[in-house]
Design a protein around this ligand. Sequence first.
Ligand SMILES: Cc1cc2nc3c(=O)[nH]c(=O)nc-3n(C[C@H](O)[C@H](O)[C@H](O)COP(=O)(O)O)c2cc1C
Length: 330
Amino acid sequence: MKNDLYRPLRIGSLGLDGNLFLAPMSGCTDSAFRSICVGYGAKLTFTGLVSAEALVRRSAASEGLLRRAANEAVYAVQLFGASPEVMGEAAALLAPYRPGLVDINAGCPVPKVTRCGAGAALMRTPEKLARIVEAVAGAARDALGGIPVSVKLRSGWDAGSINFAECSRFSVEAGASLVSLHARTRAQGYSGKSCWRHIAELADALPVPVAGSGDLYSPEDAALMLEETGCAAVMFARGALGNPFIFTATRALLLGRKAETPDAALCVTTALRQLEMFAEDAGEASACRQMRKVFCAYTKGLHGAAPLRARLVQAKTIAEYRSLLESFLA
Ligand SMILES: Cc1cc2nc3c(=O)[nH]c(=O)nc-3n(C[C@H](O)[C@H](O)[C@H](O)COP(=O)(O)O)c2cc1C
């Protein structure tokens, strides 16, 4: 393995001291989880999808999505929308949140999003994608202090229209300083293998850094993607759910050091810390409901945790979670 795979990164005017990112995941990358991942070494974190239309309507729901964690020195806000004007206006409204980067979603496969011409549908209209990048980059320059703009793409709409190269070129010409590629098509959704060859082709062709996404479940996967594709950064997504320790372990692997395997106590106390932080934003009852699947992810693979999971999914208060976890550890 090459010895320079963990490295600092420059994205336009933004300097980062490492190249391990937490990918945007709607419903998962709230400020509590992002904060935990930053604590374990994520160098750039992304919010989930924030609707540009909702933002310009000043919807209260967007406020919550934009909340930044205390330890997040830099975070990226991901906007989605289909109108260049609205996307530009929404980007300008991000000023009070002081993001380090504005990311444009051009990969979401959800029909509710693509039907409006947003998300992955933008890959079917590369000229419109370019106008959106231009509008957001203009707002970033005029209202956000010149922070960089990035675009998150898929390989294409479907197997018959693989056009990530064209969409990336249009995006960079319009002002994007980073392109993230989830190397699956919109038609693949989240299944099937991601095609890392596309990431390699893009890293080779673009004058700006490329972040690779797709099938990163272990430090070894990240090392392999960096080495095989030459991408500048890797974005952990499903591989980080219930496993924020993957950032520390990957950094250690890339630097040729040994990483500690997290024990049951660390998994459980980290999950509890995430719940407590999330409850501050979402309220205790809602946080306890929404965090059930998160606790299942944190305890996956722990010896004897199946009966614990069966009880955790019924927990309604933080005190109940804590008591179940304490008995498990005892
Ligand atoms: C639950 C979930 C929510 C996601 N939400 C978003 C999103 O809001 N914006 C986005 O660009 N990608 C989103 N993604 C895609 C991820 O950022 C990532 O590109 C994808 O999961 C591929 O990586 P993986 O195979 O390592 O999980 C989401 C993925 C998952 C699993």
